[in-house]
Design a protein around this ligand. Sequence first.
Ligand code: IPD
Length: 277
Amino acid sequence: GVGPWDECFEVAVQLALRAGQIIRKALTEEKRVSTKTSAADLVTETDHRVEDLIVSELQKRFPSHRFIAEEATASGAKCVLTHSPTWIIDPIDGTCNFVHRFPTVAVSIGFAVHQELEFGVIHHCTEERLYTGRRGQGAFCNGQRLRVSRETDLSKALVLTEIGPKRDPDTLKVFLSNMERLLHAKAHGVRVIGSSTLALCYLASGAADAYYQFGLHCWDLAAATVIIREAGGTVIDTSGGPLDLMSCRVVAAGTREMAALIAQALQTINYGRDDEK
Ligand code: IPD
């Protein structure tokens, strides 16, 4: 049957594909790079161009909808999730990869209604893989059903994380000590690929057993959360409690057991909240 948000989903897929073409072309060209919250928090003209394209097209089609988008937020727009239909957009996730031509770059478009995530679309632009998840309808990559790993034992886990933008000595100490704790627990490995959304898509695919991070944002999490849940996985707060999209931190895993083990091992890095900036 036709669901209420089918048209929105189809438009999101088309825009994620169009954005991917722009990003792929721009990847090999000269870039003007600026910094945002830290020397490691980068933005390019292409981030702005892709965000403007996605938001303006969606605004034309769905004039009553609201938007939370990475670059608009960086320019001072407030990040609040109301009950209205809301698009949550990261035009280029993995901007640092994009700048260095490291081929792990994505477009992420999430959609929430009544503060509940309805669908997520993530386009791995460099490998042309389209990840989608819709509430109650499963998660797919290029049409193939996704399923998470069922691993519950941390000593058999491949764990993914991202560094986050803060690089002061105290933050780095906690970041490295968290990684050390997982390695002491004999995790098989820890990987940092430079894109939160794609790391979360690998988790959804069963290619890794867990993911955790401090310092990501709601636009890194929104689309990926639907995809992971629809692939059978768990997405929670680093405290072990329920996910808070605005809390700038997350643990995701194939199983609840694995998510709980990771959450227990972690010391907190405080990045504040997206809705208090
Ligand atoms: C960032 C990347 C990075 C992660 C940050 C994200 P951006 O997204 O995913 O790997 O460490 O937390 O915000 O700035 O490239 O869209």
